[in-house]
Structure formats: structure tokens, C-alpha cells
Design a protein around this ligand. Structure first.
Ligand code: 4GS
Length: 180
């Protein structure tokens, strides 16, 4: 019998600069399905009948032009597959990472605690886990405010985090206004 009679419908994604820009929300939506068809074109666009009758999604990985849709297909596959259970070591690693909670990641440090005289921030070697968590959330907000303030508008922040954003905004405004 026809495959369509045996399996639930699955997304059929055309990779094209004309599509919706890939983001975490779209990756998560695609990851909710057990199957995914990615359609990559080369040189010209797609036959309009593929777009009109077969595609369920048109997705772009960014506003630039490549020679084919294969790399965009791999980008979508990678972003989607890592959201599937068991693919990334800890289930929490993907739940706590950057775009899952709508903010940029805080800085990361490894060892040694001093490299060429550049120290790891003291709080991170203190062993105070609650303080480390606070530092990370604050640095995540600092980075998001500096580089992607647009993300803060839709981020889901606690009252304390909103206070930090207000403080950090004042700090950076003071730094900009300061002469010299
Ligand atoms: C993209 C992109 C892309 C467009 C494929 C010109 C060959 C090419 N696909 N996101 N024809 N950016 N596709 O550049 O998805």
C-alpha cells in the first residue's frame, strides 16, 4: 500500500533564500516529527509544482546566496537532530543552551585557572554553585544586551533579571557618556 497510508505526514522542507529564516523555534517544531524530508536545489530554483504541491515548509539559513541547497539542508538537519532525545549527552544541555531560553550564552572558561596571566573569573573557581549560576545568568544578559538587544524583548526574565538588565543598561550608558 502507499507509504502515505502507513505513516503520518512529515515535513517536506525546501531550502531556499525565499523561505522563513531558520531559528530555534522552527528547529524545535521540525524536531517534533520522527521523519523529515529536506529538498536541496542547485543553480536555479525549484519547479513550481514541488513548491506548490509537495513542500510543507520553505526554509532559509540566512540572507546570502550559495551554489546549492545541500549545505543549508545539513544545517537544518544538524539543528534539528541535536534536539532529539539521546543525541546530545545530557537532556538538559540543549534545554539550557543559548536560544532555547532566548538569550546568548555566557562566556565559558576551562582550565588552567591562569593562562598566560589571564585569569578565570574568581567566582568560577570559588565552588559556590549558586553564585556561579547567578554570574552566568548575569553575563548571559550582559552579552545579549550588548550584541542582540532585540532578543531581550521576547525573553522570559525573572524580576531579578529585569533589574540586572536595567543596571547593565545604566552601566553601558554611563560608559558611553564618559569622556576620554
Ligand atoms: C539558501 C540559503 C541558498 C540559492 C541554492 C541559489 C542555489 C541557493 N538556501 N538558505 N540557488 N541561503 N540557496 O542560498 O537556504
Amino acid at each position: 500500500s502507499a507509504a502515505s497510508a502507513e505513516r503520518p505526514p512529515c515535513p517536506v522542507v525546501l531550502l531556499t533564500p525565499q523561505g522563513r529564516k531558520l531559528d530555534h523555534a522552527l528547529a524545535a517544531q521540525l524536531a517534533a516529527h520522527d521523519r523529515l524530508v529536506l529538498v536541496a536545489g542547485r543553480y536555479e530554483g525549484f519547479d513550481e509544482r514541488i513548491r506548490a504541491h509537495l513542500a510543507t515548509h520553505e526554509v532559509s539559513i540566512g540572507d546570502y546566496v550559495l551554489t546549492g541547497g545541500e549545505l543549508p539542508a545539513l544545517v537544518v538537519a544538524d539543528a534539528v537532530v541535536r534536539l532529539r532525545p539521546g543525541v546530545v549527552g545530557l537532556a538538559t544541555a540543549t534545554a539550557t543552551d543559548s536560544f532555547a531560553h532566548g538569550l546568548l550564552e555566557h562566556p565559558h572558561y576551562t582550565r588552567p585557572a591562569d593562562f598566560r596571566g589571564w585569569p578565570v573569573p574568581e567566582v568560577l573557581v570559588s565552588g559556590h554553585h549558586a553564585e556561579v549560576d547567578r554570574w552566568r545568568r548575569r553575563e548571559s544578559l550582559r552579552r545579549t544586551l550588548a550584541r542582540r538587544p532585540d532578543l531581550l524583548a521576547s525573553a522570559d526574565l525573572t524580576a531579578e533579571e529585569r533589574r540586572w538588565v536595567a543596571d547593565l543598561t545604566r552601566e553601558s550608558e554611563a560608559a558611553t557618556a564618559r569622556p576620554g
